[in-house]
Design a protein around this ligand. Structure first.
Ligand code: FPP
Length: 225
């Protein structure tokens, strides 16, 4: 039985879910937030230590301004409503991605939330915000270059946002789309990938448990036989 230390998720399909229900794309994003809460609870139940959620990519800035604003406001109110509950439940919040370009109020809130929960150790929720794997790797190479270090696996990993996080054992992408969308490309070299047909707001605890069960039976070779 494979242990599961880290699950990463591309939460795709909110927009389509909203339209399917004859509402807006943003209605779908709000529904997606309920799934986030459900999956955090199941991750704790399954005694998994790391959950990484792709909430906003470096490419998502191409979306209409109104949708970007909605997503960032949703994040802001999610933090307001949930961070104390996170803390009470021994959950640590870590942001991965370049949030330096977010407006000050949100940036401060995110930093404060990380600070508040930094000693917690039941589950670490890594929220990928303005995250892109290619720019993460370029930054790592630049730091190595600046410090006149050797380019090797250890030094590259030391300079990623995920330097203290184990590589994902599992990637789940909902929404019936089979691509990686610039998410943790280095870290997922040996992750088991599960593409799920359901849209993110419809994804539930049972779907999650089915994937975990399948994963536990996989023989992981890491290039060996
Ligand atoms: C992709 O679905 C989803 C996003 C870009 C945003 C994900 C955001 C949430 C689940 C809610 C906010 C989460 C937190 C933690 C605050 P899409 O809209 O691209 O779906 P589509 O393929 O149907 O258009």
């Amino acid at each position: 039985m494979n242990p599961v230390k880290h699950v990463a998720i591309i939460m795709d399909g909110n927009g389509r879910w909203g339209i399917k229900h004859k509402k807006s794309r943003n209605f779908g994003h709000r529904a997606g937030l309920n799934t986030v809460e459900r999956i955090i609870k199941s991750t704790i139940k399954n005694k998994i230590n790391h959950l990484t959620l792709y909430a906003f990519s470096t490419e998502n800035w191409k979306r209409p301004k109104k949708e970007i604003k909605f997503l960032l406001n949703l994040l802001d109110s999610f933090i307001d409503q949930k961070i104390h509950e996170f803390n009470k439940n021994n959950i640590k919040l870590k942001i991965i991605g370049n949030i330096s370009i977010f407006h000050n109020k949100l940036k401060k809130k995110l930093k404060k939330s990380e600070q508040l929960t930094k000693k917690n150790n039941k589950l670490q929720v890594n929220l990928a915000l303005n995250y892109g794997s290619k720019s993460e790797l370029i930054n790592s190479f630049k730091k190595i270059n600046k410090n006149k270090q050797n380019i090797n696996i250890k030094n590259i990993e030391k300079n990623l946002y995920t330097s203290t996080i184990p590589d994902p054992d599992i990637l789940i992408r909902t929404g019936n789309t089979n691509r990686l969308s610039n998410f943790l490309l280095w870290q997922m070299a040996y992750s088991e990938i599960f593409f799920e047909k359901k849209l993110w707001p419809d994804f539930n605890e049972n779907d999650y448990n089915v994937i975990l069960k399948k994963f536990r039976k996989i023989k992981r070779n890491y290039g060996n036989i």
